[in-house]
Structure formats: C-alpha cells, structure tokens
Design a protein around this ligand. Structure first.
Ligand SMILES: [Fe+2]
Ligand SMILES: [Fe+2]
Length: 138
C-alpha cells in the first residue's frame, strides 16, 4: 500500500521535474508577437511546477519515502511553433491531472486530511491549466 502511494507520488514528482524543463525551454524559445503573452505564461508554469514539486517532495518525505531526482523520461518536443508548444503543454497538463487523480484516490485511503488537501489543491490547479491550454489552442 505505502509502496504504491510512494511510487505514484514519485511519478508525479518526475512529471513536475519534466514540466519545469519543458516550460523553461518554451519560455526561452517562443518567438514573434505571441512571445509577449506566452513567455510570461510559460514562466508562471515553471514557478507553479517548482511549487508542486516542493509539495510532493514534502509528502514523500513525510511518508518515509525517497524522492526521485530525475525527471520523467517522456521526451520534450523542441519546436518554434507556439501552437505546438501549447499542444505539448495541454498533453503535459492532462498527464499531470491523471497522475494526481490517481495519487488522490490512494491518499484518500490513508486518512491524512492535511496530505489529501495538499494533493487536492495541486490536482485542481492542473485541471485549471488543462482548461487554460484548451482555451489558448481554440
Ligand atoms: Fe504541477
Ligand atoms: Fe501543471
């Protein structure tokens, strides 16, 4: 039980570490008129992913686990197309939502309210990002 939860939390942490790299890469690369809006958006996603990673690390340590230090290996697509950047952002946020949904279902069984609330707030912020990316792509 605890091994499954820790493995799932570490998967979420790996996703966040990947998201930090991906969004930093896109913030640096986005060009043209869209840079004005998208560079700050991508930078905000970097900051949010760092904050999420910190919360997940704290939870793993609280439960006596060891945090991963490597990002999830799913390749980060290099592109100069802002639309492709947004498509990759959408699939990244959908993946994050899915993994936090799974973490939440497992954490619920632990009966730790503080831990549940902290993962629920991350889950909701991933859902908001999914909606935001959808709106931007439309
Ligand atoms: Fe996140
Ligand atoms: Fe996210």
């Amino acid at each position: 039980m605890m091994d499954t939860i820790l493995a799932k939390m570490n998967q979420a942490l790996g996703f966040e570490l990947r998201a930090i790299n991906m969004y930093a890469h896109y913030a640096a690369n986005v060009k043209g008129i869209h840079r004005m809006q998208l560079a700050p958006l991508f930078e905000q996603e970097v900051a949010e992913s760092i904050a999420h990673a910190n919360l997940v690390r704290a939870a793993i340590v609280k439960l006596g686990g060891i945090c991963v230090t490597e990002r999830d290996p799913l390749p980060i697509v290099h592109t100069n197309s802002y639309l492709e950047m947004l498509e990759c952002s959408l699939s990244t946020e959908m993946g994050a939502s899915q993994v936090y949904r799974e973490v939440l279902d497992l954490v619920e069984k632990l009966g730790d309210r503080e831990l549940y609330d902290s993962f629920e707030s991350i889950y909701f912020s991933e859902l908001r990002s999914v909606e935001e990316m959808r709106m931007l792509i439309d």
